[in-house]
Design a protein around this ligand. Structure first.
Ligand code: NAP
Length: 309
């Protein structure tokens, strides 16, 4: 069978760091075109917008969107209406409704729609899920803390409505949480700390229920080492999934650890979903974020500037 011809839209940080190498390493898929307003990529057809790309590249069969969530809906709909399969970076969209509409369009056209959650593909997540399946969990706690100036320098969209603020990384923790706990997770409370000069939170505390209490601390004001970890207090000891899901230990003893192959796994799955005529659309992490914005208490936080004054 010939390779699936793929196009990529939005040649920003994550597209260059993860998508391009992962696509190059995925058998059965070839990148043939890119749409970017500002950047170019050697060796493929370049366009400044998705509509022109779809108009001119009739052999493209699948498109991966790596743009910010705001404005994705129009791009995604154009892809589906051109009868191309669609892969979406996390978060898959700016609203839940737009994703329902995209799902219906994909179904109507028998196209693959894949809402990716890259953190679920981290090396130790599957091991953690299998280990937890046989245990009673008494409490779960998330610490997802990083320095926004280090990871998102100059990214204005994260502070705009729909940009999610600290939930942009925090949704990664929620994607792992909803994948490893056997019971559905329900948000019960949220405190959102929003800088006076911004639209989205710089920090948040969440409480959830998953048949046991779950708490989360998301913070973009972290100094020093990143803290991306989930702790599970269980009847068989304290388990820790840390390094963003790359390492799993129980009572301090290592159980699983591995290198980052998150995006290679995502593209292999996209290829297989297309081959099997399937879709993968799990919106549970985005639902928790939406519920936090719906019900959370707002707290004014000091103004935030990209550079230290
Ligand atoms: P980014 O560096 O800002 O890149 C996004 C790209 O999208 C831009 O370079 C731009 O590319 C294009 N774009 C189209 N409309 C835009 C608009 N209105 N404002 C800004 N850019 C626009 O962002 P990113 O970090 O790659 O994040 C993109 C998506 O990947 C987000 O959903 C994010 O949550 C997700 N993600 C990011 C990371 C990370 O570590 N950065 C990790 C995993 C997932 P052109 O100039 O080429 O048009």
């Amino acid at each position: 069978m010939s390779d699936i011809e793929l196009a990529l839209v939005g040649l920003g940080t994550i597209a260059r760091a993860q998508h391009l190498p992962a696509i190059a390493a995925t058998p059965g898929m070839t990148l043939t075109a890119v749409a970017s307003r500002n950047a170019r990529l050697d060796g493929v057809a370049n366009f400044t917008d998705i509509d022109t790309l779809l108009d001119e590249m009739h052999d493209v069969q699948a498109v991966s969107l790596c743009t910010p969530p705001q404005g994705r809906f129009e791009q995604a709909m154009a892809v589906l209406r051109a009868d191309c399969h669609l892969m979406l970076e996390k978060p898959p969209g700016a609203t839940l409704t737009e994703l329902q509409i995209l799902a219906a369009e994909a179904r109507l056209r028998s196209l693959t729609l894949f809402t990716t959650w890259h953190s679920r593909e981290a090396a130790a997540v599957d091991v953690a899920r299998d280990w937890l399946a046989d245990r009673v969990v008494h409490a779960t706690h998330i610490d997802w803390c990083e320095d926004v100036r280090k990871w998102h320098p100059g990214q204005d969209w994260i502070w705009q409505p729909g940009g999610l603020g600290v939930f942009d990384p925090g949704i990664n923790a929620l994607s792992i949480l909803t994948a490893v706990l056997p019971d559905p997770v329900r948000l019960t409370g949220a405190d959102l700390h929003i800088p006076e000069n911004r639209q989205t939170p710089i920090a948040a505390e969440l409480t959830m229920d998953a048949g046991h209490p779950v708490t989360a601390r998301l913070d973009w004001r972290q100094q020093g080492a990143d803290l991306w970890q989930i702790r599970f207090d269980t009847d068989a000891g304290t388990a820790l999934l840390d390094q963003g899901g790359a390492r799993f230990s129980v009572d301090g003893e290592p159980v699983a650890q591995g290198d980052n192959a998150e995006y290679a796994r995502l593209y292999a799955r996209f290829r297989d979903l297309i081959a099997n005529g399937d879709s993968d659309l799990d919106l549970s992490p985005l639902r928790l974020v939406a519920d936090a914005f719906l019900t959370g208490r707002r707290h004014a936080a000091p103004e935030f500037q990209d550079q230290d004054p």
